[in-house]
Design a protein around this ligand. Structure first.
Ligand SMILES: NC(=O)c1ccc[n+]([C@@H]2O[C@H](COP(=O)([O-])OP(=O)(O)OC[C@H]3O[C@@H](n4cnc5c(N)ncnc54)[C@H](O)[C@@H]3O)[C@@H](O)[C@H]2O)c1
Length: 267
């Protein structure tokens, strides 16, 4: 074995596209991939303040910030062409842009169902197509989709959220099969509770942070870095034989089902 010390993960010369780059987890993803040498294309429907882009450039990487609505296929195709012409094509896609449209299913406005599916599912597919084709041409690449534990556990009163996340996880497995022979891997990272602008509303209720921490075996709310670390691994050559898998990053929360059963003497 070589004694030479090389970084465990090195994305030098790779181009990573992060969608939802301005959000909580997105910002963490951009920082993590840039720190490991990747040039970054940041995609979001809202324009950045430019600070994150500056941060990436200060780290010595190329940064391209694009306003793009992932639910609009022509907007995504235009962004993909810009990435190709300005950075040279996508090596890693992290599908992450998402939103919430909560409501009880019997009362949910159909427009809320549709707008959630348009971003959280169709948006992921649009990016897979537009950026994945660039990977297929070069016969290498990695897709990482940010799904959720809500994709395997029904999240009540959340409209189409769980359905969209479950569909993303299945799409990823299908991609692993279809694109594996062309050198492109597809995997999922599924966060549990993470405090970001998306979930911030919940934390405005007094005690909710403590109550949430109490139901997580690791006794803390996840940080964006917890998710980014796993996404980085899945996108890297260190996960070169990992394809069609899901890694749940939830501090053990999804393992607590049995604790809901009253079992006198076992508390
Ligand atoms: N925060 C959590 O607890 C949690 C838990 C599980 C899964 N997730 C998932 O992680 C991902 C990121 O969530 P977050 O918590 O960072 O949310 P966030 O709201 O902080 O960030 C989401 C980003 O996506 C962008 N976006 C929304 N619609 C878009 C569109 N049509 N086109 C382009 N960009 C768009 C938003 O502008 C925002 O910058 C989402 O897919 C979410 O479902 C989050």
């Amino acid at each position: 074995m070589s004694q030479k010390s090389e970084p465990w993960i090195d994305f030098s010369g790779r181009i990573c596209v992060v969608t939802g780059a301005n959000g909580g987890i997105g910002t963490g993803l951009v920082r993590a991939f840039a720190a490991l040498g990747a040039d970054i294309a940041m995609i979001d429907r809202v324009e950045t303040s430019g600070t994150l882009e500056e941060e990436v450039r200060r780290a010595g990487r190329k940064a391209l910030s694009l306003v793009c609505d992932v639910s609009d296929i022509s907007s995504v195709e235009k962004a993909a062409e810009q990435v190709r012409s300005e950075l040279g094509g996508c090596d890693i896609l992290v599908n992450n842009a998402g939103l919430l449209r909560p409501g009880k299913l019997e009362a949910l406005d159909a427009a809320d169902w549709e707008s959630l599916i348009a971003v959280n599912l169709h948006g992921y597919f649009h990016c897979v197509q537009a950026f994945g084709r660039q990977m297929l041409e070069r016969k290498r690449g990695a897709l990482v989709h940010v799904a959720s534990i809500a994709g395997s556990q029904p999240q009540a009163f959340s409209g189409g959220y769980s359905a969209a996340k479950a569909a993303v996880a299945m799409m990823s497995r299908q991609l692993a099969f279809e694109w594996g022979p062309s050198g492109v891997r597809s995997n999922v990272v599924s966060p549990g509770l993470v405090r970001t602008p998306l979930s911030e509303n919940f934390y405005r209720t007094p005690d909710v942070k403590e109550r949430r921490e109490a139901v997580v075996p690791s006794r803390r709310i996840g940080a964006v870095e917890d998710i980014a670390d796993v996404a980085v691994f899945l996108a890297s050559d260190r996960a070169g034989y990992v394809n069609g898998q899901e890694i749940v990053v939830d501090g053990g929360f999804s393992q607590t089902l049995m604790s809901h059963i009253p079992r006198p003497g076992y508390e």
